[in-house]
Design a protein around this ligand. Sequence first.
Ligand code: ZN
Length: 338
Amino acid sequence: MLDLDAFITGLPKAELHLHIEGSLEPEQMFEFARRNQVAIPYASVEEVRAAYDFSNLQDFLDIYYAGADVLRTEEDFRDLALAYFDRAAADGVLHAEIFFDPQTHTHRGIPFGVVANGLLAGMAAAEAKHGLTSKLILCFLRHLDEEDAFKTLSQAQPWIDRIDAVGLDSSELGHPPSKFERVFAAAAAMGLKRVAHAGEEGPPEYVYEALELLHVDRLDHGNRSLEDPALIARLARSGMTLTVCPLSNVKLCNVASIDVHPIDRMLRLGLRATVNSDDPAYFGGYVGDNFRAIAQGRTLDRDDLVTLARNSFLGSFLPDNAVATHLARLDAYVEAHT
Ligand SMILES: [Zn+2]
């Protein structure tokens, strides 16, 4: 019988909420800064880690955008992605659907293609190296305007067949999903899936808007849906996947501590919750760390952890036959470890 730690590491899983720029570890920030001769406002890796003490989403975003400035070349984006996939593979991740924020880069003069080509190269390398498959989700920065989002969607055209979905991230409060209704309609017309961050800091109304105006296929975070019983029932009934990020919620002070994180309540309410790392370099851990954090000292048992892993494949944008293959592998794993 394996201990819980080893059981979690080996548990076949998908990751559905990961910002690739948020996987930039301090060591890598220094390495990229050096090779691109970019000045950064920190003297050491320790100083960067000390700065990762946020009190809210905006505090985090300020340092996140500063860190992203060291990313300049296709090679940087490839190396960044592959470093994430290496860690994900070690955590039992078989498939990942990763976010990227093109506007963070195009606004500082990095062409869209440098970002996209670099990430796609990293994704191909991960599949060759680990057999880990992945999909790319283009996120619009919601603090910017609709026109800028449309411009980004237009820049994406030459790569659109290699992008699976659009998403919505950055500062949630004051930037409701309704601001991007027309952009999401345009993306849908191109055959892209849609996801959006909603209900992380924003109220349940933002979740309704994501469902009714953006027609999302998946909801990122969604925690504040728990304040609205009618919304909970609707999400449960429709089998909507929630990409929950426990360590992120604690780090950004949306949840008081990991011990009171509502992930178990979500499962008891019949919500299709999943566990993800969000911005792992900044929030204290990768997907395995998130699983371990919620498994310790909680009412979650081994079956719940398996349900969370099962939900990650069911909520992915993989075709049905690939989902079935992953679920069979998950069942075999559980069978072999009970
Ligand atoms: Zn996120």
